[in-house]
Structures are given as C-alpha cells and as structure tokens.
Design a protein around this ligand. Structure first.
Ligand code: C5J
Length: 228
C-alpha cells in the first residue's frame, strides 16, 4: 500500500488494484488540424499534459498497474452517434466530416488515434467509447471488476468534459478516483481549475486531486525527481 499526498487528504493505493486511466489523448483533441482546433480552440493548452503523463505512464508500467487508454469516437456509418451530438453547435464541421486528419472522431482515422508520445503498448487496454464517460456503452466496468481494480488514477482531456464525466461515473460505481492535476487539461483554464476543485470539495465528493510528482514520489521514490 502506498500513500499519495493529495486533496482533500492522502490517497492510499495498491498498484495491484489500481488502474491508470488515460482519457482521450487523441490527435483530434491535441494536435493542430484536429477536431479541437477546428472548433476554434487553442490546442497548445492541452499539449502541456503530454510530458507529465509520459512520466506517469512509465511509472505505471514499471509498477505493473493496469493501463487503460480511452478514445472518443464513432463507427464510420455513425450508427452509434446520437443525432443530438451531431447537430449540437450548429457547426458545419462536425463528427464524421472530413478534415486534415481524416474523418473527425471516426474509428480508424488518423485523428481518432492516440498521440504517438503516449502510444499504448501490447497488454494495455484500448477502450473505444461513443460518449463522454468511459463507462457509458463500453465494457469498462467489466474490465475493471475482472481485474479486481478498486482505485483509478485518472488523467487526460478534457478536464471538465470526459475526465469529469468518467470520474462521476466511476464514483457512483464505488471506485476511488485520484485525478492528476497536471496530467489533465482543458481548452478553458478556468474550467480546468474549477473542475479539479469540484472533485476534491466537500471532503472529496467525487475523489481526490494531486500533482503527478506526488504520485511518482509515492510509487517510485528513487525516480521522483526525474521530471523536475
Ligand atoms: C470533448 C473530451 N471535449 N474528450 N471530449 O468533447 O473531453
């Protein structure tokens, strides 16, 4: 058992029963020419998440934690995409439209894939989800229960959308969630800040929040300074 310094108080975890969840670190959200930028967002705000997340991913692999990467996206025929999701925003460019990275948020397209810096390795779970939360219309819960996972370290983008939705879903299912503040990001810095505060408020109403350094120093004390 390892204790991580966190808000609102320390988060105790055992790597054997903890999964690292990496939410939607896809080209479509992070890279120029992807969906996020086509919607008018500054994608450089998300790029800063990559380096600390690489260090956490390396530590999770070293300690033998289960690693789950999620990707938001849809079937090429859009049969699993609610019409409301397609038409929301009244934008000309939407899910399924052709863009510089292929069809937006469509499985198998370049933009739908995970950024190369965080590419999954064999043995890691890659979970395709049609919604914001990782539990909705997926086998996420079965994957976790079958591995006796009780604790989640949650990272990825965006803080207030897919990260928040997943943490809320996990919390209602009884999983203990630690969100890493510098390993999550938003196109809206104020939403990121408030989103994190909402998780740890009221004695940890949805879970805990810590910086990645606090997790790393608890997991692998000898390598904690590598990222500084
Ligand atoms: C969004 C996500 N923002 N991964 N998706 O639409 O947060």
């Amino acid at each position: 058992m390892t204790s991580v310094s966190a808000e609102p108080y320390e988060f105790d975890l055992d790597p054997a029963t903890t999964a690292l969840v990496v939410i939607d670190m896809q080209r479509d959200f992070l890279q120029p020419g992807g969906f996020g930028e086509l919607l008018g967002n500054d994608v450089s705000l998300l790029a800063r998440v990559v380096a600390p997340l690489q260090r956490v991913l390396a530590a999770a692999r070293e300690t033998g934690m289960l690693v789950i990467h999620t990707r938001e996206g849809h079937r090429p025929d859009l049969a699993d995409c609610p019409p409301a999701k397609l038409t929301r925003g009244r934008a000309e460019t939407t899910i399924g439209s052709s863009g510089p990275k292929g069809r937006i948020l469509i499985r198998g397209e370049d933009g739908h894939d995970i950024v190369p810096e965080l590419r999954p390795i064999p043995g890691e779970v890659v979970l395709d989800k049609p919604g914001k939360g990782a539990f909705y219309a997926t086998d996420m819960e079965a994957v976790l229960r079958n591995r006796s996972i009780t604790h989640l370290v949650v990272t990825g983008v965006t803080t207030e959308v897919c990260v928040h939705t997943t943490v809320r879903e996990a919390n209602d299912r009884g999983f203990e969630c630690l969100v890493l503040s510098d390993c999550c990001g938003s196109y809206f810095p104020e939403f990121h800040e408030v989103g994190l505060r909402m998780i740890a408020a009221q004695g940890g109403i949805f879970g805990w929040v810590a910086a990645s350094e606090d997790l790393l120093s608890a997991l692998i004390p000898a390598t904690a300074d590598l990222g500084a």
